[in-house]
Design a protein around this ligand. Structure first.
Ligand SMILES: CCCCCCCCCCCCC/C=C/[C@@H](O)[C@H](COP(=O)(O)O)NC(=O)CCCCC
Ligand SMILES: Nc1ncnc2c1ncn2[C@@H]1O[C@H](COP(=O)(O)OP(=O)(O)O)[C@@H](O)[C@H]1O
Ligand SMILES: [Ca+2]
Length: 548
């Protein structure tokens, strides 16, 4: 037992160079460093180069040689090396080599799978190393072994299947992860399936697609969990049962905001590596109700007005792929509609930070960590039927004319807006950033949109307000008849005078629609509340020290 804790130290060869390799179960990490050749053994070109390197190293303070170190948690697999090297090396080491595959940070939050081959003088040493690494890998209990994968072949550039097969499946197989793969045949296929399948045999569910596909998987898992726990999703104030299965996202959609905002990049290989090493990121979920009827859950953007109109228009042009959003975004900007309504909300406690904070939510965020403790205590109190102590403030009511009402449950960072609509929003603090963009000129609205792209303060504009809230209500001015949906309202008001394109009638749109993670909601009047850390992802949030 004692020997298992002691570091394994050996001289192994990497690319024909002698290295000292150390496997330290206490750190726990694998490290290797090139050893300097002993002096006085005659000069050869390699040694001259080596000395020159040493001199340069001294000058640049890197001497004697770079020490490579890989945490065990980032090792993907260890394999006995098969005969694929030139025969000289192969003969020299008598066929004994092993390869360690590990996750390596590349640029801008991008990870790649790297490999290093260690050559050993004898078979026993090689075997000892492989076994020691395998033993440490077995201790990584948060890693998934069996996954359920849903691929949306229809989203984004319709490349979901190819992306999975070419970039992700080989990595899963290298990491000995087994999978059941389902290529969806229709919308809601994944969601419906998740209500039926035996989830016990899986360690996670993977969504290959965009935010809409993620949304399906999430609805399936949350819905299934509530059904199994006899919780009525139509009750807006019911505390929801959290989902234990983690969801992984392989980005293959049009915006991929949920992936980008939780990993830092929309890259299928990076996401696959986060899944393999068993990362964990809690995430808040908003529930959206209309008249005590459950509509949908949201994790990224719930947008009324501008983003609702962009969505509505863009769905007509799906054939354009992701470019449809730019085309519809431009059209919607030109149409310049505003909408009247009332927003009521309860502001969240100041300890949960402010949307105007300069610091952002990062891997290991202390505000989210604090919420983890609170949410656990809250769930315990609920389990033992103890009284709740809510410390939220008074309701604030704002009636007005809005270009956009955006509820960001996370930063909503994505390639189109690298910092997102609310850069300081948290992934798991149990809050939503409610952004109200009041009626303004075209030029001012353009100034607001441009700030999604640049470094300027998004909220430092006279017609933009932002509040950190836990719950909010929106009632459009034209929703007196509570039972009518958007289509009915439009028909009722404009059937005789407006043909729908609004260029000839001179009217403004009556109601917009809600864009809920890229899916349209059927009602404009909504009640939204956030459920702190309801789901878990195979991600770790945005890392601070990524290579620039
Ligand atoms: C002149 C400069 C204009 C710059 C405008 C840039 C606006 C970028 C905003 C990005 C918001 C992202 C919020 C994410 C929402 C997604 O959940 C949703 C669905 O994603 P997916 O299913 O993967 O396509 N995406 C959208 O609603 C797209 C909004 C794009 C609007 C231009
Ligand atoms: N096989 C399928 N055929 C048609 N639609 C599908 C299929 N599978 C999933 N969908 C639906 O496709 C829509 C778009 O998917 P999404 O992943 O959001 O792609 P995008 O990012 O391009 O919008 C979602 O509403 C999802 O429910
Ligand atoms: Ca979508």
């Amino acid at each position: 037992m004692e020997s298992a804790r002691r570091p394994l130290v050996s001289q192994l060869w990497v690319k024909n160079r002698r290295n000292e390799a150390v496997l330290d179960p206490e750190r726990p990490a694998l490290s290797w460093k090139e050893l300097q050749p002993k002096s006085g053994r005659g000069l050869c070109l390699a040694r001259v180069l080596h000395r020159a390197r040493g001199l340069i190293g001294r000058l640049t303070e890197q001497y004697p040689s770079v020490c490579h170190s890989v945490p065990i948690s980032e090792i993907i697999a260890v394999e006995t090396e098969q005969k694929r090297y030139n025969s000289d090396t192969w003969q020299k080491f008598n066929h004994h080599a092993f390869t360690v595959h590990y996750a390596q940070r590349a640029q801008k939050h991008c990870w790649r799978c790297s490999a290093v081959t260690f050559w050993c003088k004898d078979e026993e040493l090689c075997h000892q190393w492989i076994q020691a690494i395998k033993k440490l890998l077995e201790l990584q209990t948060s890693r998934p072994k069996h996954l359920l994968v849903y691929i949306n072949p229809y989203g984004g550039k319709q490349q979901g299947k190819q992306i999975y097969e070419q970039k992700v499946a080989p990595l899963f197989s290298l990491a000995s992860i087994t999978t059941d793969v389902i290529v969806t045949e229709r919308a809601n296929h994944a969601k419906d399936d998740l209500f039926e399948v035996n989830l016990e045999k899986y360690d996670g569910v993977i969504s290959v697609g965009g935010d809409g596909m993620f949304s399906e998987v999430m609805h399936g898992l949350i819905g299934r969990m509530q059904k199994d726990s006899s919780i009525d999703q139509n009750n807006p104030s019911a505390p929801l049962a959290p989902c234990n299965l983690r969801i992984g996202i392989i980005p293959a959609g049009s915006t991929d905001c949920i992936c980008y905002a939780t990993v830092g990049i929309n890259d299928p290989v990076t996401s696959a590596l986060h899944i393999i090493i068993g990362d964990l990121q809690h995430m808040d979920v908003c529930s959206v109700h209309h008249n005590n009827t459950f509509l949908k859950y949201s994790v990224s953007l719930l947008g009324y007005g501008f983003y609702g109109d962009v969505l509505k228009d863009s769905e007509k042009n799906r054939w354009m792929g992701p470019t449809r959003y730019d085309f519809s975004g431009f059209k919607t900007f030109l149409s310049h509609h505003y909408y009247e309504g009332t927003v009521s909300f309860q502001q969240a406690n100041q300890t949960l930070g402010s949307p105007r904070d300069k610091s952002t939510c990062q891997s290991g965020c202390y505000i989210c960590k604090q919420s983890t403790q609170e949410v656990e205590e809250k769930r315990k109190r609920h389990h033992y039927n103890l009284e709740e102590t809510e410390d939220d403030g008074d309701w604030k009511v704002i009636r007005g004319k809005f270009m956009a009402i955006n509820a960001a449950n996370m930063s909503c960072a994505c390639p189109r807006s690298p910092k997102g609509l609310s850069p300081a929003a948290h992934l798991a603090a149990g809050t939503i950033d409610l952004i109200l963009v009041r009626r303004c000129s075209r030029l001012n609205f353009l100034r607001h949109l441009v700030r999604h792209k640049n470094q300027d303060d998004q909220f430092d504009l006279a017609f933009v307000e932002v509040y950190r809230v836990k719950t909010f209500l929106f009632t459009p001015k034209h929703s007196e008849n509570e039972d009518t949906d958007n289509k009915d309202v439009r028909k009722k008001h404009f059937n005789q005078i407006c043909n729908g394109n609004h260029s000839s009638c001179g009217c403004n749109h009556v109601n917009s629609i809600w864009n809920c993670d890229g899916e349209a909601l059927d009602h404009a009047a909504v009640e939204v509340r956030v459920h702190c850390q309801l789901i878990k992802l195979f991600a770790r949030g945005i890392e601070e020290d990524s290579k620039p």
